[in-house]
Design a protein around this ligand. Sequence first.
Ligand SMILES: Cc1cc2nc3c(=O)[nH]c(=O)nc-3n(C[C@H](O)[C@H](O)[C@H](O)COP(=O)(O)O)c2cc1C
Ligand code: SF4
Ligand code: SF4
Length: 297
Amino acid sequence: MNRREAIKQMGLIAGGIMLSAMPVSLSSCSKMKKRIILYYTATGNSLYVARQLADDNTELLSIPQLIKENRYDIEADEIGLVYPVYGHMPPGLVWKYLEKSNLKAPYKFAVATYGNRKCNAVEILDDIARKNGKTFDYIATIVMVDNWLPNFDMNEQIKIDKRIPENLTRIKSELAEQMLWHEPVTEEERQIHNDFMQQSGRSAPFKQRSEEEFVIHDNCVKCGICTHVCPKGNYAFTSEGIKTHGDCDFCFACIQNCPQKAIGFSRITEVNPNARYRNEHISVMDIKRANDQSPLM
Ligand SMILES: Cc1cc2nc3c(=O)[nH]c(=O)nc-3n(C[C@H](O)[C@H](O)[C@H](O)COP(=O)(O)O)c2cc1C
Ligand code: SF4
Ligand code: SF4
């Protein structure tokens, strides 16, 4: 073999090494992909889903904390949004974040958690996003325990098999492929939502006043949990005990996470006032970290 042939062969070998190394370097590149998941949660379902969709290189950011910190510019390779539907719509703070934020990513996805009836939640989110200059490449829903206390007994809800692991596995693999897809909506689902909006006389999103909706009973032990889990910071210690006051997302973090079941509705009759819910994988500390509106140190 002359010198020229030897150099050529070395080049081929080196090229071969590079080629065989390439899939490794490409796959390590894709592992390096930075995913940020924005979430909102009151009873932990959406935080649980967000955690399940996270890998080692994912950052989970709570929307109430981002709003508190005035952080509206988010940039990553992938940005996800996980939130609960309220009347098939996003909660007020999620809505606000969609209006004000600047989400920069080549791939954006959203997963809406719901309990019983999702209707056209996918289209509602898509519409809000588009009106605010955003597009989601993928939007899906996942059914979880329904934390809507007026209609559901939490003790019964937790017994229902909603095939959560199977649905999470499917969503995870669709996201791994960066699937471009919006879950389809039927005409009947659109109609049910329109009827709901008309009958409830609601203007989207849910906007209540916590002093009108909630009452604190005498069995309150002043543990202070409600002062930390409310994403609107509506609970405070006063000389007369715990009081609530302010614009409310109606998320139920306060009523569901009170360990004494000392918070009740003022004007809604509950199916079972003795049953409360928090996702079994999520602690009250997780909800506090997500929602606490105490002033920044
Ligand atoms: C005010 C309110 C309205 C809700 N509206 C709906 C709804 O329209 N359809 C539905 O299926 N679930 C509804 N739910 C149930 C939640 O979407 C569901 O339980 C969600 O997974 C809770 O998420 P979280 O645990 O992260 O807070 C509602 C819950 C609340 C508190
Ligand atoms: S969480 Fe319940 S018991 Fe604790 S301070 Fe609030 S109302 Fe009272
Ligand atoms: S007062 Fe209760 S329902 Fe209203 S935003 Fe706060 S935690 Fe949610």
